[in-house]
Design a protein around this ligand. Structure first.
Ligand code: ADP
Length: 291
């Protein structure tokens, strides 16, 4: 299924949250990467059909989403940033409730609920009230509900928020397996979420997106812009005020500092192999720090 986002803009009063966003997705995991406030949730809500754009279009296989709304919703799985739970609901009640809302019923649905609960590691907790779940468990329940209808398009807003490192890896593996022949959009400000599983990533900043590109494109574009140099802690304190530092490791009595910089930052700086995280920092470094 091909999802085309065409020139989407969104204003909240005077606030321009999205400004002419366009890109295309077809099968595989796509990353939407940007800092808080960039416009990720606004775009995700528009794609999920829970919010209207001020202008622009979302096309499904070339057809306007609104023209095939029911069909689109039946093929969509959506994990919002936060889920509302009825206080009395157990995890099982919640999954049955969402299944009913999606028009799913019967033996097959019960099997699907049990199988998804198993896949997200909630089998032992299905009868507990989900209001008492930990943040990670609520998120896993959210992922399970999004997958109930075997969606062809899965839209995930900050899906790894609250997951511990082990849960995060399990989640990535689940999405990787699930994404064969399907389209997944994963919005996040965590580079490692898209680093390992996204086939392509689009960076979003102040409501504008760059081009949707393979992660290697962003990494290759950083060639010659990442450096390692050693300095004392006192030097680092001053240095970090106007440079982009992506990592610091103590080495003996000095610090090995990883610097993102267009120019060689010091005569003794050594070139380092770039990563997606370096590219992210380069793209989103705060004002005052020069690349
Ligand atoms: P992200 O998900 O990347 O953190 P959002 O889409 O939530 O970004 O927000 C984008 C911008 O729109 C931010 O500046 C945010 O403050 C603003 N915004 C979001 N929702 C509203 C709203 N309901 N009313 C006014 N401004 C909003």
């Amino acid at each position: 299924m091909k999802l085309t986002i065409e020139n989407i803009s969104k204003k909240y009063g005077k606030k321009q949250a999205l400004n002419g966003v366009s890109f295309e997705m077809e099968n595989g995991v796509y990353g939407l990467l940007g800092p808080n406030g960039a416009g990720k949730s606004t775009l995700i809500r528009i794609l999920a059909g829970v919010m209207e754009a001020s202008s622009g279009e979302v096309l499904i296989n070339g057809k306007n989403r609104k023209a095939c709304d029911l069909e689109y919703r039946s093929k969509l799985g959506y994990l919002p940033q936060s889920l509302g739970f009825y206080p009395e609901f157990s995890g099982l009640d919640y999954l049955r409730f969402v299944a009913a809302l999606k028009g799913l019923k019967g033996e097959g649905t019960e099997r699907k609920i049990r199988s998804l609960a198993e896949q997200v590691g909630l089998t032992q907790d299905l009868h507990r009230k989900c209001i008492n779940y930990s943040g990670g468990m609520k998120q896993r329940l959210g992922i399970a509900q999004a997958l109930l209808n075997d969606p062809e398009i899965l839209i995930l807003d900050e899906p790894t928020a609250g997951l511990d490192p082990h849960e995060r890896i399990k989640f990535r593996n689940l999405i990787s397996v699930f994404s064969r022949d399907r389209t997944v959009l994963l919005s996040t400000h965590i580079v490692s979420d898209v680093d390992s599983i996204a086939k392509q990533t689009v960076m979003i900043k102040d409501g504008r997106v760059g081009k949707m590109e393979k992660n290697e494109y962003f990494i290759n574009s950083m060639e010659g812009k990442v450096w390692l140099l050693k300095m004392t802690v006192d030097e680092l304190v001053v240095y970090q005020d106007n440079h982009i530092i992506s990592n610091v490791i103590p080495v003996g009595d000095r610090m090995e500092v990883r610097v993102v910089s267009d120019k060689k930052p010091a005569p003794d700086a050594a070139a380092a192999t770039p990563t997606l995280e370096d590219a992210y920092l380069y793209e989103f470094h705060s004002n005052g720090r020069t690349a």
